[in-house]
Design a protein around this ligand. Structure first.
Ligand code: IMP
Length: 430
């Protein structure tokens, strides 16, 4: 049975939560593979809105087992709050939520280091979510980190925390002149978290591969953030600290990349970015404000207003290249209903030369002038598109233009926040 990976193809906030929730109907297992509580996946159904930060967006479908994979960094406090929120809504988590024993833990040190680094960076700040993501991954690669399995050995926690505490408090005290964090209090908290979370902590790599090998199970992998925030392939250093790409899906779950059949890129019909860093198609005018208003573009995790601009096909081409995206879902199409004409960025002008190659050199990226193609808007509501025949001609042309440019079929259209406001298309190739 197919394994499908959901990848944010832009700067995050593409509406992955809604798509994962929708596709979970036919999934047996849903896996989050990277990031942490920096993500905010919004789901709307039955007139209610739910925002998930760590638990996979398939949790509201009884048929699915949800896995928090080894590539995720977990803030146990945030996770337990979220588990309670979901349980209060009547969801049974027992045997339905599995937490990787090798996922790393976000500690109070990490959140403190994150906020101190940001406030000491002045105009070079990344604009992080403040959730401790960067420092937690930093300690993972430095081989200092604590992992979820460590919560199962409470007697060893104090000893294991020592090197992180020494490093973190030294940086807090001497570099940032900030108060130190008391490691004894953290150990106490971790012991309490361990008692609650132990029943969920397991070897998810073995579990996932057994599901894959059984060949009767549908697996769905859920990425957080987006390709342009990838540590290697994004707009470094203005990126997150994980890999929201296909490679990240494999390392962050323990499933072989060769087992991925469908790689579904999610893109908005326009473009947004939250936080700092290059954003070639950003609009600083009334049209940008209008996109923000129409799309309600405010962060699900931090509430920050998102920067808005026209869809960027040069950046999407790069995302397709580095991930192997072989089908696209396009979200928030209804937001463009009121715009005529609509624009798509089809090349960049850099030092007077036109190119369709996304530059990874920050100096070049910051000097990009976007070149747009204008298309006729569709001047009608798309909220109740029910079949392919309902798609207005100008919208069809807009979709076909994107498909041709990227060489990838658009298989799913989302025209509103609700599960129902979605059109799955029959096409599988351009
Ligand atoms: P961090 O992941 O909190 O370290 O933030 C690094 C960058 O990624 C910042 O620009 C954040 O705004 C951005 N970012 C992190 N998570 C998300 C997300 O879920 N959606 C959009 N941007 C995000």
């Amino acid at each position: 049975m197919p394994t499908r990976v959901i990848i944010g193809a832009q700067w995050g906030d593409e509406g992955k939560g809604k798509i994962v929730d929708l596709l979970s109907d036919s999934a047996d297992v849903v896996v989050r593979y990277q990031g942490g509580a920096n993500a905010g996946h919004t789901l709307k159904f039955d007139g209610n809105t739910h925002v998930l930060h760590l638990i996979p967006s398939g949790i509201f479908h009884d048929n699915t087992t949800c896995v928090i994979g080894n590539g995720v960094v977990i803030d146990p406090e945030a996770l337990m709050e979220e588990m309670k929120m979901v349980q209060d809504l009547g969801v049974n988590l027992k045997d339905r939520l599995l937490i990787s024993e090798t996922a790393h833990i976000i500690l109070p040190f990490h959140k403190k280091l994150d906020s101190e680094k940001e406030s000491h960076s002045a105009d070079k700040a990344i604009g992080t979510t403040g959730r401790g993501i960067g420092p937690a991954y930093m300690h993972k690669t430095a081989r200092l980190g604590l992992r979820m399995i460590d919560l199962c050995y409470p007697d060893q926690l104090a000893e294991k925390l020592k090197p992180i505490a020494e490093y973190s408090n030294c940086v807090l005290k001497h570099l940032y002149k900030a108060p130190e964090v008391n490691p004894d209090e953290i150990v106490e908290q971790l012991v309490a978290y361990g008692k609650e979370l132990k029943p969920y902590i397991t070897n998810t790599v073995e579990y996932l591969n057994q599901q894959r090998i059984s060949e009767t199970k549908n697996l769905l992998l859920e990425g957080a953030q987006g390709v342009m925030l990838d540590l290697d392939h994004g707009t470094y250093p203005y990126v997150t600290s994980s890999s929201p790409t296909t490679g990240g899906a494999s390392t962050g779950s323990g499933l072989p990349a060769a087992s991925f059949d469908q790689i579904t890129g999610i893109t908005k019909a326009y473009c947004t970015r939250v936080g700092n860093g290059p954003f070639p198609t950003e609009l600083h005018d009334e049209t940008g404000d209008e996109l923000r208003r129409a799309g309600n573009e405010f962060g699900a995790t931090t509430g920050r207003p998102r920067r808005c601009g026209w869809i960027d096909l040069v950046a999407l081409r790069h995302a397709v290249h580095v991930t192997g995206i072989n089908e696209l879902a396009i979200t928030k199409l209804d937001v463009l209903d009121q715009f005529n004409p609509v624009k798509l960025c089809t090349s960049y002008r850099i030092d007077g030369e036109e190119t369709n190659v996304f530059p990874l050199d920050l100096n070049k990226l910051e000097s990009v002038e976007p070149v747009f193609t204008e298309m006729e808007g569709w001047d009608q509501s798309t909220r109740d598109l029910k079949s392919e025949d309902d798609i207005p001609q100008p919208l069809l042309q807009f979709l076909e233009f994107i498909e041709e440019y990227l060489g990838v079929p658009i298989v799913l259209l989302s025209t509103g926040p609700d599960r129902e406001e979605t059109l799955q298309r029959s096409k599988t190739s351009v």
